[in-house]
Write a protein that binds this ligand. Structure first.
Ligand code: GLN
Ligand code: ZN
Length: 766
């Protein structure tokens, strides 16, 4: 019998129960008992759901109150002294590491003030994990029993689970040295860490676990040789009589470059992601011994599309031909953490489109169906397969997915369309001739504080409680006041403030053809922050102008240049669930053409400075160096240029980036006239140098928009002086790190005033 296996299930609950309870706990509105109770209910619900669906191998310890990697840090006592010194309850230390903690002193406890640990993207997903941070005096020890407790909790419900752990090599490699210990290479801690894993495994076995899923996702990255070599050492140490069977799990990519690290390991089985890389089947099979299990990741854990069941069944059959049915398991490609919980609560999406989707709950069933088909024959699931085939065919031929006009337009994209008319120097001259922009020009990144007021009115409009006219009046009033504010402060290039936008991608998605939106399709981004990515279902086009009215109005009420504000094609794609039936490149091209129309309409309306934000361009970069990565860079850059090149020289194109370490070469390739980059928190002195050769104009973010802190003018002056050591003064813009949407007005005014005053000082001096 071929078994079915799920590698992990979303923990947030169908209605964001986890967010509600953790945030209530943080604000003192729920007790720790209430918090734990909700956690327990969510786990129970998830296990039962999988059991009832017929899953054979159900995960446990995939739950977390914040982040599963952080769970491991607590479990192994990887807690820097700045957190442990407060001797908080374990759950509070856990949250303090995840999100920082600031608490006034009480009679019984001293004040607490500690920032969060670094958080980074989990591979190429939009999930963020809390980075293990190894300080000098790290003392590994088993500091808790979470995996054992959760295994027993399921057992008490009559559900036998497979606990999930992050493997020791990945845990170390994904971590970093703490500030007090910068020379440390975390992988050198392996010998000290392994006995703690062994102890944990022994306890799991005692509790009744016969197998453990041990995640080693770094196997899909470019690994240094010492990390490749660590696998043999780690797994020869961990596989023993006292440990449950170990199933080594990779996902999100290609293990072939590290295949030698897997060969010969004494583990019971190996999982690979064959949705992403079906071509790795032979290599993976070749690396296994004649008794090792092959877990075939074939239901996509990263998207929302129904699997093509017949194709998946064929693939599993191929695997069976190679290794025999008794050695094959059918699995999700990765944990389902990255997909929304269930389709059941989506009432607004049309039945036709909904039939194309599978969220986590529906994917669980797919895994079961595929396993049944290869065990009992396809006839045993004939009805389900027939419905699946019909649904796939309907999507393929639907007029929603296929817009011949869009296809035709994409096919006519030429190289020429991705180049501005003239080189930067000529453009700059044309821009200077008609735009009133002084030296050290000041500007902001787009959004201004989104007060409760704005959200209330927007909600009323969405619900139809106020008319479009009333809403437009309100937005105009907001724009007018933001423009007045910027003139008072003395900014040079103004923005309209984005009061009409809920989210920088959703806003555009709602206006484009080809997108749909869920009501409850939340996915965890980090901690209690969840996102509801829009879904690209069909060919994307722009039925009409999107931002022109607001930008034109804003320009009409000021003499200063007004900056139009758009979200770039790559960011629109990356922060949505993309289609799986056409390439990302083509989707980016479609988005770029739609945005090109908008850019040209803005220009025609007299908006001669246009910013196209691409904060997500870095995160789309494929995990490994090589052809795939080069290809991504090529089409990502081209789609940005396609969207922004169809303007006259005198129109100034800006772009903006945040959240990531960017490669200056990629930014250079975009050929924007001006770029603004999040910068104020970069403590690496080399970072500033990296962009020093940047040929066009640049604004390095001068203050942190995540904090209410107001930097004094002297601080701005000092920062600008630092930057001027590296950059020519003619190239420099003066701006904050990012949009001011989450800030309050008081600190916004004060910070911007100090920034503008500093710029004026430089302007007078040079
Ligand atoms: N223009 C957007 C804003 O200011 C940019 C947001 C972002 O880069 N994340 O809000
Ligand atoms: Zn930003």
């Amino acid at each position: 019998m071929v078994q079915s296996s799920v590698l992990g299930f979303p923990r947030i609950g169908p209605f964001r129960e986890l967010k509600k309870t953790t945030e209530a706990y943080w604000s003192g509105k729920a007790t720790v008992e209430e918090l734990f109770k909700v956690g327990k209910e969510l786990r129970e619900k998830n296990w039962k759901l999988q059991k009832e669906a017929g899953v054979d191998i159900i995960p446990s310890n995939d739950f977390s109150f914040y982040d599963h990697v952080l769970d491991h840090s607590l479990l192994f006592n990887v807690i820097p002294e700045r957190y442990s010194k407060y001797e908080l309850a374990p759950i509070d230390t856990f949250f303090a590491m995840g999100r920082g903690l600031q608490r006034a002193a009480t009679d019984s406890a001293p004040a607490v003030d500690v920032p969060a640990t670094e958080m980074v993207k989990w591979f190429d997903s939009n999930y963020h994990y809390v980075r293990p941070t190894f300080s000098k005096n790290v003392q590994f020890k088993l500091n808790g029993t979470k995996p054992i407790d959760e295994f027993l909790e399921a057992k008490a419900l009559g559900i036998h689970t497979r606990p999930v752990l992050v493997g020791p090599v990945s845990y170390l490699f994904l971590g970093k040295a703490d500030k007090d210990n910068l020379d440390l290479e975390p992988i050198t801690l392996l010998d000290q860490l392994l006995p703690v894993y062994a102890e944990l495994l022994a306890k799991l076995k005692e509790a009744g676990a016969d197998s453990v899923q041990i995640d080693e996702p770094v196997l899909v990255l470019d690994l240094p040789t010492e990390v490749q070599a660590a696998y043999k050492k780690a797994y020869e140490f961990l596989v023993s009589e006292t440990a449950p069977k170990l199933f080594l799990t990779s996902y999100f990519g290609d293990v072939r470059p590290n295949i030698e690290s897997i060969k010969g390991l004494p583990v019971a089985g190996f999982h690979a992601d064959f949705v992403r890389v079906p071509e790795q089947l032979d290599a993976v099979v070749g690396a296994l011994s004649s008794t090792q299990i092959l877990s075939v990741g074939i239901v996509n854990g990263r998207n929302i599309w129904k699997a093509n069941l017949s194709k998946a069944i064929e693939f599993v059959k191929t695997a069976i031909e190679k290794v025999g049915a008794e050695r094959v398991v059918v699995a999700t490609s990765s944990s389902l953490l990255h997909t929304p919980v269930t389709l059941a609560n989506e009432k607004k999406i049309s039945a036709e489109i909904k039939d194309w989707f599978a969220f986590a709950t529906e994917k669980v069933t797919e895994v079961v169906v595929i396993a049944k088909a290869v065990t009992d024959g396809v006839d045993s699931v004939a009805d389900i397969l027939a419905a699946n085939t019909a649904s796939i065919a309907a999507r393929e031929s639907s007029s929603i997915t296929n817009d011949p006009a869009v296809r035709e337009r994409v096919s006519k994209i030429t190289e020429e369309m991705t180049h501005r008319k003239s080189p930067f120097a000529a453009r700059l001259a044309a821009q200077k001739a008609h735009l009133d922009i002084p030296a050290f020009p000041t500007t902001t990144i787009g959004s201004f504080p989104q007060t409760k007021d704005i959200r209330i009115v927007r909600n009323k409009f969405t619900k139809g409680e106020i008319s479009a006219e009333e809403y437009e009046k309100f937005i105009e009033k907001e724009i007018a006041s933001v423009v007045k504010f910027q003139e008072e402060v003395g900014l040079d290039v103004l923005v309209h403030g984005e009061p009409e936008r809920n989210d920088m991608v959703q806003y555009f998605g709602e206006k484009f053809n080809g997108y749909v939106f869920t009501s409850n399709g939340w996915v965890q981004s980090y901690g209690s922050r969840y996102v509801r990515p829009p879904i690209i279902v069909g060919d994307v086009s722009r039925p009409g102008p999107i931002t022109v009215k607001e930008s034109k109005y804003a320009q009409s009420i000021t003499k200063k240049p007004m900056k139009g504000m758009l979200t770039g094609p790559v960011t629109c794609l990356r922060w949505s669930f993309p289609r799986d039936d056409i390439s990302n490149k083509i989707q980016a091209q479609q988005l770029a053409l739609a945005l090109l129309d908008e850019v040209q309409d803005l220009e025609a309306a007299g908006v001669y400075v246009i910013q196209v934000d691409e904060p997500a361009i870095r995160e789309g970069l494929p995990l490994r160096a090589g052809a795939e990565r080069d290809d991504y860079v090529k089409w990502a850059v081209e789609s940005f240029r396609l969207a922004t090149s169809g303007v006259e020289d005198k129109t100034q194109i800006h772009s903006h980036f945040c959240y990531s370490d960017l490669d200056p070469n990629h930014i250079k390739a975009l050929d924007a006239d001006v770029v603004s980059i999040e910068f104020s928190k970069k403590d690496d002195p080399n970072y500033i140098q990296e962009f020093s050769e940047y040929p066009n104009h640049i604004g390095l973010g001068l203050f942190d928009i995540h904090s209410p802190r107001v930097p004094p003018k002297e601080e701005f002056v000092a920062r600008i002086n630092e930057i001027l050591k590296v950059y020519p003064k003619e190239n420099l813009w003066i701006n904050p790190d990012c949009g001011l949407k989450t800030r309050g007005w008081t600190e916004t005014r004060a910070a911007l005033q100090n920034m503008v005053d500093a710029a004026k000082e430089f302007r007078a001096k040079y």
